[in-house]
Design a protein. Structure first.
Length: 133
């Protein structure tokens, strides 16, 4: 679904922190972030905000992939394992969807497919159509 990938190229924050949307289809998205020095915290671990941002972009792409604007109303993240370098991936999958609300789970892994964090989010689905829909 190239149109949603093009749409999310307008996400200036994701671009600034180095997040790339790899794929998106209705209710699903996958993104990556290559760890750079500016992603590290004072303990030389990947900052929780960097991991959250990666998960949030995948969540946004998956939840907006149906063509209606979807905005987060609740999110939660659990950090399970530290990361220090390499490439991180976020894979968002739709859990449930009705006309107004949808729920997603995002798995954040490293290049060894080790689970680093789990993100859960809920969106409110607006009536507004996105420009790729």
């Amino acid at each position: 679904m190239e149109q949603i990938r093009e749409f999310f190229k307008k996400d200036r924050f994701a671009e600034w922190v180095g997040i790339e949307l790899l794929e998106a289809s209705p209710g699903f998205a996958r993104a990556k972030m290559e760890i750079r020095n500016h992603h590290l915290n004072g303990l030389d671990m990947v900052h929780g905000a960097a991991i959250f941002s990666l998960a949030d972009l995948a969540f946004a792409a998956a939840s907006n992939s149906h063509g209606n604007a979807a905005v987060a109303i609740n999110v939660n993240i659990s950090y399970l394992k530290a990361a220090f370098a390499g490439t991180l991936f976020a894979e968002a999958a739709q859990v449930s969807r009705n006309p107004k609300l949808a729920s997603y789970t995002v798995r954040i892994t490293n290049e060894k497919d080790e689970l680093l964090a789990v993100f859960q989010g809920m969106v409110y689905i607006k009536k507004d159509k996105l420009d790729f829909a």
